[in-house]
Design a protein around this ligand. Sequence first.
Ligand SMILES: Nc1nc2c(ncn2[C@@H]2O[C@H](COP(=O)(O)O[C@H]3[C@@H](O)[C@H](n4cnc5c(=O)[nH]c(N)nc54)O[C@@H]3COP(=O)(O)O)[C@@H](O)[C@H]2O)c(=O)[nH]1
Length: 636
Amino acid sequence: MKPLSSQPEPAGPAVPRRKLPAWLPLALTPLLLAMLAAVALRRQHDVLAASLLATLLVLLLAVALRQLVLLPRRRLATQQRREQVTFDAAPDGIVRVDQNGIIRLVNPAMLKLSGYQREQLLGQNVAMLLPQALRARHATSMAGYFAQPRTRAMGEAALELLCADGSLRPVEISLGHWQEGSQRHAIAYIHDLSERHAFERSLQHRATHDDLTGLPNRRLFKALLQQAALRSGRQASRLSLLFLDLDHFKTINDNFGHAVGDTVLIEAGSRIQSVLRSGDVLARLGGDEFAVLLGELGSTDDAMRVAGKLLDVLKVPYTLRHQQIYSGASIGIAFLPDDAGNVDTLLRYADMAMYQAKQNGRGHFACYSHELNARAHEDMLIHTRLKEALAQNRLQLHYQPQVDVHSGMLVGAEALLRWHDEQLGPVSPERFVAVAEATGLILPLSEWVLEQVCQQICLWQQAGTPLRVAVNFSAHQFNQPDLAQQVANVLQRSGAPAALLDIEITETVVMARPDQARKQIAALVALGCSVALDDFGTGYSSLTRLKDLPVSKLKIDRSFVQGLPSDSNDCTIAQAIIGLARSFNLKMVAEGVENAAQLAYLREQGCELYQGWWYARAMPAHALSELLQAPQTVQA
Ligand SMILES: Nc1nc2c(ncn2[C@@H]2O[C@H](COP(=O)(O)O[C@H]3[C@@H](O)[C@H](n4cnc5c(=O)[nH]c(N)nc54)O[C@@H]3COP(=O)(O)O)[C@@H](O)[C@H]2O)c(=O)[nH]1
């Protein structure tokens, strides 16, 4: 059985109740009165008919009065209410003034915009809302406006509104006017432009500033430089431009990631700023490049002093993520009008000088010189032709024997690049390796060298004359995060045993970032290769650092071998390095041995290996093959 519902039965569809229109009684009453009056007249009830007609008349008069007086008044009130709502709800400020400029009406938006209370505005001259400087002019232009009023649309006039707190707000104003009798009135619609201006300013800022550091970008810097150049031309003064490039920035990005790289850039920007004066301009030109335009400077020495201070603040390691990150900077300096006649050339010359500073060993500054310009052109040529030579396999590797000091046996060789260019003739590796290093070409070049060396190691092994071969690793190459993997790949591809591959890295490169270098060397040693510290004695190794490095050889720089045995300083240095190698259980290789006296001294001091012209210059692989095949004479 269905439960009984407590709900009432659903009602059927509602039938709308007819309502009589409001006008019906009003229309029917006079009709009824007229009909009754007519009946009264026909039945000769004159008095009744007269009173009915009088009532009818009164009624008609009342209706007419309502139509003529009450309705317009109501309509007017409705219209006023509508206007008031529109006025109050308007998002823009509205001010109504009379022909004397006296404020008669303001809307809530105007109060909000100006910060005034209604009572502070009503009855005051509208000029109070204008900046002081415009008030006198405003009185005349308002008089002109009322004499010949013209409606002004929004956007035609932009002004500043003086607010109650004394601040100025950008506004645009549209004007309307009307006349009541002899009185003229004007109404001003005031639109706040603050937000639009702020947005435009932010767009402008973004177009002229660097997002990361907030510093002026290249575009703004060039414009400021241009202005400064015009000024200095007029005042016959000097402009100094410093072009800064952070050292090892790419490696920081590669090793620690871009977030750390960004933090280094921001921190570097504020360190640079901390050294500068208020009149100087600092910009980030892009990547790890910054530029500084020094304001009023007396002598060129002042610019160099600033450069020195900048180098000092930038070489302090960055402590990020609990690690010490080393960067430093190289700075190029150029002067206007001393070096360059216009800002583009000035920028280019400062850049060139920076490049020179890098080549001088980073962490330095260099000033532009005309020789630099010639050298820069030559560098460009070298770069172009070297790239071609590499692509067309026109480079050669020569091998310089490394010899046992005591037995005179050939025990290894150092691979050295050689390049004879059709146009440039023989180019020294010192020169082209530096260009390749600066332009990034060193990476493909080093790859090629390593491939060739590994193939040659295999060939000598297959010929029954296995030989250890040393390869020079450049700074750029050494700092690649995946270096060990790359070496492993080449070893695997070629089939060369890692034990026959020696890697030479200069002491300076290692000591630039010893912690990273230690890890990198350990990874290479883990492959089975051995690592030598090249040009030892030139790079200020700390003994603690050296002790921790998994290297197996020190190569004493040839500059210290040159003066042996007559130069007492060279002798002291050579002895100290040999002693150091012995105490750290490292092998010692002397390079640049050119005569028997040098060799005898080294032997006496206990140096184990040497290389140099005394034994042989670097030679093509086939020449060394012949030497390897020849029976070796053991020296006493
Ligand atoms: N990254 C790479 N660097 C390389 C490579 N090949 C060479 N180089 C570097 O270029 C620099 C100059 O090299 P080079 O002109 O070949 O000079 C070497 C020898 O020829 C020279 N040497 C050897 N014996 C003597 C000598 O008795 N006297 C004398 N005056 N010079 C001599 O020494 C240079 C070897 O230097 P080092 O590398 O420090 O052992 C040089 O820095 C090379 O490293 C390359 O493939 N990649």
